[in-house]
Design a protein around this ligand. Structure first.
Ligand SMILES: [Zn+2]
Length: 317
């Protein structure tokens, strides 16, 4: 297996300077409204500054001249300060500058007195996200894992992920102990209501295919909502025949030692048939799967004590 640390960077970061001014008064936010009423959809890229796929997809849509035929469509390049430091010789370094933009989405951080580059940007973008009926947050992964959608815990998030028809894996989870993600923010995560957010992990950070998945996810969402016409100059959508599978995350395995190791080079979305299979060792403690057909979700590349090593999920549909 290729160590993802040494995976070639196939993608080229697009120049987003033309979108800096935007048209909303907020840097790198462009919002287009149709005369016909309809939902406000936000396509969100660069929550992590080194995840190029979303920026490539939004740049492609904007250059295509895509416009909504109803409702409002907003393009957001989120952590542009981190993205500006992207260096293909050291591509992991630009994930964020001060702190993870995707752990700040609670009043405690947003309304608090603390300051950071990411907090400033989150506070500036907050009204955009709060006005979204639907948010599609585009990410990528370190490991060479099959694309997947994180739909949170709401039924409407799950329905939206299944409505897209792709990616095949839909993971229902509650986020991270280390801080709330954008898709778990405010109205998006309320059990009742209509505001809906999903996050698509489009594939490995640097692969060409990952940007294709990001672009296709955007178009599938907008075409499904009948908010755009199929762009004549857009990509041809590939038929997707893999049935979608929903996985509910049941628990997170947190490493208690600095000597956590997996028994195999898992990349994520492996389905471990038999309950009781040892998947790792935390010092001398065996980590076993608790039930049959247990799905390993995004195992960490390097596991440190106190951090999540892997999350486990059960296939529910
Ligand atoms: Zn990410």
């Amino acid at each position: 297996m290729t160590d993802p640390l040494f995976a070639p960077v196939e993608l080229t970061p697009p120049d987003i300077a033309p979108y800096r001014r935007g048209n909303t008064g907020i840097d790198h936010v462009t919002s287009l409204s149709a005369a016909e009423p309809g939902p406000h959809v936000v396509l969100n890229a660069l929550v992590h500054g080194n995840e190029l796929c979303g920026a490539i997809a939004l740049d492609a849509l904007l250059r295509m001249g895509l416009r909504p035929t109803r409702g409002r469509l907003t393009f957001v390049f989120a952590n542009t300060a981190a993205y500006a430091t992207f260096d293909r010789q050291n591509p992991y370094a630009s994930r964020y500058l001060d702190e993870d933009f995707n752990r700040l989405w609670s009043p405690e951080h947003l309304d608090g007195r603390r300051d950071s580059i990411e907090l400033r940007r989150a506070r500036a973008l907050r009204p955009v996200y709060e006005s979204a009926d639907l948010l599609l947050d585009l990410h990528s992964m370190t490991a060479d894992t099959a694309p997947l959608t994180l739909c949170g815990r709401t039924t409407r998030g799950r329905d939206l992920a299944l409505g897209l028809g792709y990616p095949a894996w839909v993971v229902a989870d509650g986020g991270h102990a280390g801080g709330k993600r954008l898709i778990d923010y405010g109205n998006f995560a309320r059990p009742e209501g209509s505001h809906t957010a999903i996050l698509v992990e489009c594939g490995q950070h640097w692969r060409t295919e990952t940007a294709t998945v990001a672009l296709e996810s955007c178009l599938r969402l907008l075409l499904g909502l009948e908010m755009v016409d199929q762009p004549a100059n857009g990509p041809r959508m590939r038929p997707r025949t893999d049935p979608q599978r929903v996985v509910e995350v049941t628990e997170a395995i947190t490493a208690a030692s600095e000597r956590f190791r997996f028994t195999a080079p898992f990349v994520g979305m492996e389905v471990i048939g038999r309950a009781g299979t040892v998947i790792g060792w935390d010092d001398a403690r065996a980590i076993q799967t608790p039930y049959n057909d247990c799905v390993l979700i995004m195992p960490a590349r390097r596991v440190k004590s106190g951090q999540t090593a892997v999350r486990l999920g059960r296939i529910v549909g």
